[in-house]
Ligand binder design. Structure first.
Ligand code: 5GP
Ligand code: ZN
Length: 113
């Protein structure tokens, strides 16, 4: 756990969040500032800073993130499809330096920047 990381603190139960999934080494919780009808963050429990830090050892974890995103989207009513996106680094718009997948379903209120 990274002490100063907001997502590590949510995962550790030190900060509240609206969880929709827990298991398989990942969690899903609702984004505090949703930009779509459904806006969930799917996050590995281990602290990985961003997508560029993924190595061969994370192959299973990356598959799990994608499968959990699919499951969460389906369970929240978006079996017909949803957006799956990842910000990579500050220059890529990443504001929380703990790898996470955005699951966006339904109407978009604004395009994430
Ligand atoms: P990024 O900008 O890094 O791609 O996405 C980070 C997301 O985390 C943003 O959409 C932001 O609203 C969300 N976020 C930041 N802090 C918190 C928090 O404390 N709780 C929750 N649930 N979401 C957060
Ligand atoms: Zn973290």
């Amino acid at each position: 756990m990274a002490q100063e990381c907001v997502f590590c603190r949510i995962i550790a139960g030190e900060l509240p969040a609206d969880f929709v999934y827990r298991g398989r080494g990942v969690v899903g919780f609702r984004d505090i500032h949703p930009v779509a009808d459904t806006h969930v963050l799917v996050v590995p429990e281990i602290h990985i800073q961003d997508l560029r830090d993924l190595g061969e050892e994370h192959a299973g974890l990356w598959l799990t993130l994608a499968q959990v995103a699919n499951q969460v989207a389906r369970e929240l009513g978006h079996a017909d499809g949803y957006r799956f996106y990842v910000s990579v680094g500050a220059a890529g718009g990443q504001t929380v330096p703990h790898l996470h997948v955005h699951v966006l379903g339904g109407a978009m209120r604004r395009i994430p920047v």
